[in-house]
Design a protein around this ligand. Sequence first.
Ligand SMILES: Cc1cc2nc3c(=O)[nH]c(=O)nc-3n(C[C@H](O)[C@H](O)[C@H](O)COP(=O)(O)OP(=O)(O)OC[C@H]3O[C@@H](n4cnc5c(N)ncnc54)[C@H](O)[C@@H]3O)c2cc1C
Length: 465
Amino acid sequence: MRENQKSITVIGAGLAGCEAAWQAANRGVTVTLCEMKPQQYSPAHHYPGFAELVCSNSLKAARIGSAAGLLKEEMRRLGSLSMRSAAETAVAAGGALAVDREQFSDSITQRIKSHPNITVVSGEVTKIPEQGIVVVATGPLTSDGLAQSIREYLGSETLSFYDAAAPIVSYDSLDLDKVFFAARYGRGDADYINCPMDREEYERFYQELIHAESAPLHEFETGLTVYEGCMPVEVMAKRGPDTLRFGPLKPVGLTDPKTGKRPWAVVQLRRENTAGSLYNLVGFQTNLKFPEQKRVFSLIPGLGSAQFMRYGVMHRNTFLDSPRLLGAAGNLRKEPRIFFAGQMTGVEGYIESAASGILCGMNAVRLLEGKPLAVLPRDTMLGALMGYISDEQVENFQPMGANMGILPPSPQRIRDKAKRYELAALRALESLQLAIDRDGLLDGLAPGIAGPTGLEELLSPNAQE
Ligand SMILES: Cc1cc2nc3c(=O)[nH]c(=O)nc-3n(C[C@H](O)[C@H](O)[C@H](O)COP(=O)(O)OP(=O)(O)OC[C@H]3O[C@@H](n4cnc5c(N)ncnc54)[C@H](O)[C@@H]3O)c2cc1C
């Protein structure tokens, strides 16, 4: 292939698509970026510019001792477009990085449209192009036409249309004295963590649950019908005081080793990742407000001080069953020329979506140039996220945002959480730098695109979550 023929196609000019296009274009590759706005808008998009923030204007915590802060710093080091535009359009938000959403979108749109290597094509794409390297980044509200064709291409069970996720807690925040390991009827290798409740504990929990406050649904989500298997736990509870005891909290086949008896009810926690650092609450899909989830679910024995690494959510969200489809470099195992980036891969959140776009854009170019694809180290936040969404052992896959629980545990035991997280962040940045140097991750990138922020600023003691 001649040098001037190097090209890729990116579908969707959201956060992920713009990052992917930026990475490729700044490595000298010609990019065709297809975006359906302004001819067609998803139910949540309204602004004609690219990288529209559809809800909050916050890109979350700034300091690197937080999961979001660490991810943002990794993105800067890899040459993120959204971090560059965010720095220019930031608004005061304490320890968080928040932006003026229109200025943010305008800044990204202007950079993309004025880039000599990027051609923007307007209009809905309804099919993945049959040839060439493609990055699909059409987001959680991918148009119906394209979603349908992806389903036909990858199989009907590979694409979900809404999140019905249960909360996830970190293993090291559980009170292990109050729980026991066992599988129902002694089957399996004591795979579950069981949180036993006596009658009094159950009744108190039940009353709090049925009176807890739910999150409002967006207008376009109110017509969503939720199938029985994904019914929110609070909705199921309202069917009657014993419904949960005969459903997800049934105690049959379980004996509490402390009492030698079957508990009145049992909440089961299932291992979420291979490392065993995260557990989900089985059957606890929920639409309760996040503070309500913390308040009510902390009543479950063993969860009194639980750290919620992800809260349960229910909303419209088109996403792939990535563990069965994607590798950690972001492309399809069965057809490596096709990359998927952003929220539709099951990373959850603005910055997570943008970050996955960076990796896909970089890898699309590496594929084009015949180089091995980059897989980031698991102890970086982006490497951990990509590792999570492509982990074949994750069943019943639901989207995941950046959180400290997906990083491998530190070799030293450090009690102070802030210190522990800060060290994990420093380890991640060191690891990223090693990968950048070893695998040439920034090779070919135009000068001035990538660069770290001064560490002093990042570790500022005044920065809050
Ligand atoms: C209602 C809602 C609220 C959210 N609120 C937040 C929040 O507050 N904070 C947070 O961190 N995350 C939030 N998210 C989650 C997620 O982080 C964002 O949706 C994020 O914008 C995803 O980035 P993306 O690049 O994957 O997709 P998007 O930013 O949605 O970009 C996809 C782009 O593809 C275009 N497109 C779609 N289909 C086609 C097609 N067939 N052809 C051409 N173009 C197409 C769209 O017009 C859009 O511009 C929210 C999601 C939703 C749905």
